[in-house]
Every structure is written in structure tokens, then in C-alpha cells.
Write a protein that binds this ligand. Structure first.
Ligand code: RP5
Length: 171
């Protein structure tokens, strides 16, 4: 399957989504991983339209060196849970408010309410950026360079708030 993925060097994170129409959300995961200098691959894998592709992607992911999978889907979103059932890798689910969605709740509940034994770490609706950060945090437990980058990323968030506060007039 490898040649058809869009790959940044030495991918450790696999970003998949149920449809190309999910890319407007899932791109945020790729962007934050790029910012943190973490290699990822990104592609479309549909649980219901391409079940065989989903099966082989999930089964082969660990062997190809991936450490975390980020899976986004909208509507009756079974992709993250099904992928989690097929691999021991941690799976982060991104519920997406898609064109076929009932306000996003269908996707949130499908991804969040996994039965015991097969967890999916579910982020907020459309929160692919947080999925990317969480994936980096998982990698950081065994990687000091990523830890340093995350500390500086969060330090920067703090600085921005402080700058806003001083612009608005500190109290
Ligand atoms: C889901 O259905 C996809 O994840 C997407 O969010 C939604 C709509 O897909 P398209 O009809 O736009 O391909 O499977």
C-alpha cells in the first residue's frame, strides 16, 4: 500500500480518514505534526467502502513502523473503532461534522462510546489539531527531542495568551 500514501519522512504517525471530504479537518493533524517535526503519512481509508483496505492498513501499520494512528470520520463513524480492533497501536479518533452528519453527534458518539477492551482516544469535534498534539505526546514518552519540542510548543501558547492579556491591558 505504501506508494499511494502522502508521506513526510520516516512516518511514525498514520493519519487516515473515511473520505477525501474529511481533509478540511484532518489537514490540521498533519500541519501540527509538521510543525513539531514528526514524520507522518496521510491517506483515505474507508471502513464501509473499502473494508479490505482498512483491514490491511490496520494490520500492517505496526510492522511498517507506525506508532500511533489518527483516524477521522463523519456520520456513522466506525473507522477509528474498527482500526483499533485490528491493531495494538494506540488509535486517536477525530469525530467530523461532515455533510451527512447530524450536527456531529452521530460521529462523536460512534467514536467515543467504544465498548470495553478496544479503546479509541476521542478528541473534540473536528479537533484534528489536538489529535496531532496527543499523538506527539504519546511519542514523547520515549523521545526526548519530541518532549523538548512539546514543551516549547506549550510555552509558546502561554506566551501568546500573555501577549493578548498585555495588549488588552493587564489587570
Ligand atoms: C464518512 O462519510 C466520511 O468519513 C465522511 O465524513 C462522510 C461523507 O463522506 P463523502 O460522502 O463526502 O465521501 O464515511
Amino acid at each position: 500500500m505504501t506508494p499511494e500514501y502522502k508521506i513526510m519522512s520516516k512516518p511514525k504517525i498514520g493519519i487516515i480518514m473515511g473520505s477525501k471530504s474529511d481533509l478540511f479537518v484532518m489537514q490540521d493533524a498533519a500541519d501540527v505534526l509538521k510543525e513539531l517535526g514528526i514524520g507522518y503519512e496521510i491517506t483515505v481509508v474507508s471502513a464501509h467502502r473499502t473494508p479490505d483496505r482498512m483491514f490491511s492498513y490496520a494490520r500492517e501499520a505496526a510492522g511498517r513502523g507506525l506508532k500511533v494512528i489518527i483516524a477521522g470520520a463523519g456520520g456513522a463513524a466506525h473507522l477509528p473503532g474498527m482500526v483499533a480492533s485490528l491493531t495494538h497501536l494506540p488509535v486517536i479518533g477525530v469525530p467530523i461534522k461532515s455533510s451527512n452528519s447530524i450536527d456531529g453527534w452521530d460521529s462523536i458518539l460512534s467514536i467515543l462510546q467504544m465498548p470495553n477492551g478496544i479503546p479509541v482516544a476521542t478528541v473534540a469535534l473536528n479537533a484534528a489539531k489536538n489529535a496531532g498534539i496527543l499523538a506527539a505526546q504519546i511519542l514523547s514518552t520515549a523521545d526526548d527531542a519530541i518532549t523538548k519540542k512539546l514543551i516549547s510548543y506549550k510555552e509558546n501558547l502561554k506566551k501568546k495568551v500573555e501577549e493578548s492579556a498585555s495588549e488588552m491591558g493587564d489587570v
